[in-house]
Design a protein around this ligand. Structure first.
Ligand SMILES: Nc1ncnc2c1ncn2[C@@H]1O[C@H](COP(=O)(O)OP(=O)(O)OP(=O)(O)O)[C@@H](O)[C@H]1O
Ligand SMILES: [Mg+2]
Length: 282
């Protein structure tokens, strides 16, 4: 069975990811001499960002362990997309530090390009190249950034497109696919770069309801396979079943961090209680 075959999304047992490493364990010396946890893959410390007068990210400290799935939720405008965009340096930060796998994100240059390639990104709006076929979309980054030869890139692209259930669509152009299929191509394209972590920014928000599950199913499968994922989503079923941790943001701050069970059953802050009452009762 390929990932896209299941028509009905049945989240697996919620306890299934408890074996995942949580951050903060097994402290070791990092390559730059500082002490860090062996399993930490993405570390943001003291990150601040402004858009003019707007303090959009305020003293963000966030550590994501290898293999962890972190769901980021919060009201519109709270800074969720900006947070994702700073992690792969689509946005600069004003102060603080972001490191990927022990290496601080540099401001620019080759090293930045290399580190950025380790961070996959899947957007709400797919962002596929309209004038390239599905297959070409998934081959391109492998050839240009990872320097693979064409045959190897094509083989990998076909394998990944099969894996997300769109293997028969290789020669089509994005506009000839449904939204759910396009988003699965976008996930295959991110996977093709062999990233250490994939950031998903509301990957199902632009989809018709009947296509949401086929995309969530692919994401659920990636989570089960141990991919490190940061997922901004309003899909609370996914958060409950796939996340190791929920990060709740409001007004540019991380207000609460908890396991999904703790967060949904017993939110601590008034902001989170208010937010949950709005999204869960509508
Ligand atoms: N390039 C930009 N220039 C100026 N302001 C921006 C820019 N990008 C985002 N903002 C502002 O920063 C704030 C946070 O935006 P962001 O997109 O990160 O929020 P979000 O939590 O992802 O919201 P949503 O749930 O609506 O996607 C908003 O007030 C937004 O208007
Ligand atoms: Mg957003």
């Amino acid at each position: 069975m390929t990932l896209g075959d299941r028509r009905h999304y049945c989240p697996p047992n919620r306890g299934g990811r408890s074996e995942k490493p949580m951050s903060g364990l097994a402290k070791t010396k990092g390559p730059e001499g500082g002490v860090r946890a062996a399993g930490d893959l993405v570390v943001l410390s003291g990150v601040n960002k402004h858009f003019g007068a707007l303090h959009v990210l305020q003293d963000i400290d966030l550590t994501i362990a290898r293999g962890e799935v972190v769901v980021v939720i919060g009201p519109s405008g709270s800074g969720k997309s900006t947070l994702c965009r700073t992690i792969n340096r689509l946005e600069t930060i004003d102060s603080g530090e972001i490191s990927i796998d022990g290496k601080p994100l540099p401001q620019e240059g080759k090293e930045l390009a290399r580190l950025r390639a380790d961070v996959g990104m899947v957007f709400q709006s797919f962002n596929l190249f309209a004038h390239k076929t599905v297959l070409e979309n998934v081959m391109l980054g492998q050839i240009k950034v990872r320097r693979k030869d064409k045959a190897a890139a094509e083989q990998q692209a076909r394998k990944l497109l099969d894996r997300v259930g769109v293997g028969t669509q290789c020669d089509k152009y994005p506009a000839q696919l449904s939204g759910g299929q396009q988003q699965r191509v976008a996930i295959a394209r991110a996977l093709a770069m062999d990233p250490k972590v994939i950031l998903f920014d509301e990957p199902t928000s632009a989809l018709d309801p009947e296509m949401i599950n086929e995309v969530l199913e692919v994401m659920q499968q990636l989570a089960r396979e141990g991919m490190t994922m940061v997922v901004v989503t309003h899909e609370m079923g996914f958060a409950r079943s796939a996340a190791n941790r929920v990060v709740f943001m409001a007004d540019g701050r991380i207000v609460e961090e908890a396991t999904p069970e703790e967060f949904f059953n017993n939110p601590r802050s008034d902001r989170a209680k208010d937010f949950l009452s709005k999204i869960l009762h509508h």
